[in-house]
Design a protein around this ligand. Structure first.
Ligand code: GDP
Ligand code: K
Ligand code: MG
Length: 259
């Protein structure tokens, strides 16, 4: 059995895609202990593929119930493949979640959904460039027009490699040191959460580890001239800005400029 989880921002088209992929064979329940909806089903063209619709979320900081459910799921019962549904008309915002998902060591395929709407807006995303920049397969889809959805599952079922993205080398060395002093923080996600001073992540440390972590963070804040949370947010948005600049072309803007 292969388990594929659909994940993305609210209104990116997860449920629409889930419904098309699973047809009518699906179960709706709640995540354990919370009132967040949990839907599972099987791919209608291959019942050995289980599909799960995760709650919509913009981030994986544990501020909302949806973020907590998603974060616990990724850590405790990781799927074989994450199908990251992106609203192609909101690429910048969507990639903020993608970069976080890439820290979990789970293979990811990007469904560039709403591709019909993007076309209608006169914009284009170079999917080869996007795929190259992220190191992930990218498949344009439209749940509205039922386009690309079998292709996205076909790609997801092929062997996938995981390529973590590198941030500034000063941050990378801090993360490597955090990995050394906190060996239980196995994923890059956990190391970054520790660097940010995330309350949930800090619970797992003893006093000696806390002290060492504080020292690493203080030094990095000093050399990078920013605070721990801002360092991470800025690194992510710098990278996203570079990616968006390279991959999005806006034909409608081009036309407007001529008049
Ligand atoms: P979710 O919040 O991620 O589960 O998103 P939904 O599946 O509920 O979709 C949000 C809205 O976007 C709904 O009105 C859908 O009909 C619409 N939608 C979903 N996918 C597409 C698409 O590919 N193209 C267009 N134009 N609309 C879509
Ligand atoms: K919705
Ligand atoms: Mg939904």
């Amino acid at each position: 059995m292969t388990k594929i989880a659909l994940i993305g921002n609210p209104n990116s088209g997860k449920t629409s895609i889930f419904n098309i992929l699973t047809g009518s064979n699906q179960q709706v329940g709640n995540w354990p202990g919370v009132t967040v909806e949990c839907k599972t089903g099987h791919y209608k063209k291959d019942k050995t593929i289980a599909i799960q619709d995760l709650p919509g979320t913009y981030s994986l900081s544990p501020y909302t119930l949806e973020e907590q459910v998603t974060r616990n799921y990724l850590r405790e019962t990781p799927p074989d493949i994450l199908l990251n549904i992106i609203d192609a008309t909101n690429l910048e915002r969507s990639l903020y979640l993608t970069l976080q998902l890439m820290e979990f060591n789970i293979p990811i395929v990007i469904a560039l959904n709403m591709s019909d709407l993007l076309e209608y807006q006169g914009k284009k995303i170079d999917k080869e460039k996007l795929s190259y920049m992220l190191g992930l397969p990218v498949v344009p889809t439209s749940a509205l027009k039922n386009r690309g959805l079998d292709e996205v599952i076909r790609v997801a079922c092929q062997p996938l490699e995981i390529h973590p993205l590198d941030y500034d080398h000063r941050l990378e060395s801090a993360l490597a040191e955090i990995g050394q002093i906190c060996p239980h923080a196995r994923t890059r996600f956990e190391q970054i959460k520790l660097f940010e001073g995330d309350a949930l992540a800090l619970e797992s440390l003893n006093d000696a580890q806390r002290k060492e972590l504080n020292d690493i963070v203080a030094i990095t804040e000093k050399i990078m001239g920013d605070d721990q949370e801002a360092i991470i947010v800025n690194e992510r948005y710098d990278l996203i800005g570079q990616i968006v600049d390279l991959v999005v072309t806006n034909n409608s803007k081009g036309r407007l400029n001529l008049t």
